[in-house]
Design a protein around this ligand. Sequence first.
Ligand SMILES: [Zn+2]
Length: 182
Amino acid sequence: MGNNTPGNKNRSLILSVGHTLLKNGAYSEELKISEFGVNFLVANTIHGILTENQINVSMLSNIRIYDKLRVIEQDKPNFVIEVHHNAFNKKCTGFLFMYKKGDKEGKELGESICGHVKYTNIRPCIEVVDIKGNYLIWNSPVSTIIIECSFIDNMPDFSNEITHFEAVTKQLADGILAYLNA
Ligand SMILES: [Zn+2]
């Protein structure tokens, strides 16, 4: 028996792609692309890294939030991470995560990812305290966090993420792995 067995044996994860093809989220005027496609690329790349590291991970993409919740209720993973990109006033930069008030594990997972993100600044995390804060996080039966990778409407912040895409996705995956393997 190897001592290499990580602590993730029974821990499963769903990576959810924020938004859908039809309602595709925040938009970059400069690049004329919206969040959904970028969210998919980030989630899919992280999915590949986690799979290589023997994490039990699956992806949810291009389905409505109600159907997502149904799958989560059926599969009962340990964690759900939904990937997003932020937009505000074109001057904001940085990474942040959102979690449900009282969800200690979700908060720790988010903090672990923050500890590995070097490609941009870290913004304060957001605690979801009611259904208006975030529908998915509030209604999910398991620890669920949202990560906002960068500001898609801020060209320097977003192009930095895209230019360093491999390093960025590795940092995000390393943060997840560090938590699951701890
Ligand atoms: Zn979004």
